[in-house]
Write a protein that binds this ligand. Structure first.
Ligand SMILES: [Zn+2]
Length: 314
């Protein structure tokens, strides 16, 4: 499933083809994706100019000069191909999905832009969707009304403490709750908890002190969430600089994961020596290191003096 960094990479890949350009022709190859397309969808797009392409959590939002905003969600398997007028092709976001390939029979929406680019939406499983909503009051539309804070927009330990205070749900469940923090998925939650050295089954409320201020763990978690997302966005962005690439041959970002999908392997934290374990929480696999993410109340292995205050983590 595309996560936030992939959606941001897709946004950056679509931006030069779409922003400032008009929809010359929009072709729908079927009546629906996850939901039916809005009424007169193609007609409401054609002739309209995209004034900005932004992202809210894992949703792409294209503001139109008609006063409407096109909302696009990739679902489980959605992807965009951009055919540029000079013959080059770009599949922004494929970088994250090793071996991902779209087949033409799943090309459901074809958008010819006045920039000369053709933007094609491909979705094998059709869990993605597109919607058109009024731009005024966008934050209150049904997709965003109950959505939590944007993690790359000033997330701090204080914000986390405020959101998690009093919560007796496991930390991992709280991080996946889109009403608290929007856009975090399983992979980056596992990675962030490892970097912050927090046990995924610790209680979310434990990150707030009795007076509501953030614990050191809350501050570490905020830094870790921002760091893992930022690094992943930068890794995807670096692939966009080479628009000539057509096959996603840069390889997947999963090579940079420290715990996700690394069950049984040695922890990558220098000097840790622990083994990555796996538990299932709410039906999803959680990967973590029991050595450097000890269960609350468990002092963990004794660390040599001088090591525990080292700030630099490998
Ligand atoms: Zn470890």
């Amino acid at each position: 499933m595309p996560e936030l960094p992939e959606v941001e990479t897709v946004r950056r890949g679509l931006e030069p083809a779409m922003v400032g350009a008009r929809f010359s022709r929009v072709t729908l190859r079927r009546p629906d994706l996850r939901f039916p397309f809005p009424t007169r969808f193609a007609a409401r797009l054609e002739g309209r100019t995209v004034t900005a392409l932004t992202r809210r959590a894992k949703y792409l939002t294209a503001a139109l000069d008609s006063g409407e905003t096109l909302i696009m969600h990739l679902g489980m398997s959605g992807r965009f191909d951009v055919a540029l007028p000079d013959g080059r092709n770009l599949s922004p976001g494929d970088f994250y999905l090793e071996g991902a390939q779209g087949t033409p029979k799943h090309d459901h929406v074809v958008m010819a832009m006045s920039s000369g680019a053709t933007v094609t939406y491909n979705d094998a499983r059709r869990f993605g969707f597109m919607d058109l909503v009024p731009s005024a009051g966008l934050e209150a539309c049904r997709h965003f009304a109950k959505m939590g804070v944007e993690p790359l927009d000033g997330l701090t330990g204080s914000v986390i403490a405020g959101l998690f205070r009093g919560k007796v749900t496991p930390l991992k469940a709280a991080l996946l709750d889109q009403r608290l923090i929007a856009g975090l998925g399983n992979i980056y939650v596992c990675e962030a908890l490892h970097r912050a050295r927090l046990h995924p089954e610790a209680l979310a409320g434990s990150l707030a002190k009795p007076d509501g201020r953030p614990t050191a763990g809350a501050n570490a978690l905020a830094r870790a969430v921002v760091a893992v997302l930022t690094e992943a966005v930068e890794a995807g962005g670096s692939t966009l600089r080479d628009y000539a690439r057509t096959d996603g041959s840069a390889g997947g970002f999963q090579h940079a994961f420290r715990v996700y999908d690394r069950f049984g392997l040695v922890c990558s934290r220098a000097g840790c020596g622990g083994t990555i374990t796996r538990v299932v929480q709410a039906g999803r696999s959680t990967f973590f290191c029991e050595t450097c993410q000890p269960r609350p109340g468990d002092p963990g292995p004794a660390r040599p003096a001088g090591r525990q205050f080292r700030h630099k983590s490998a």
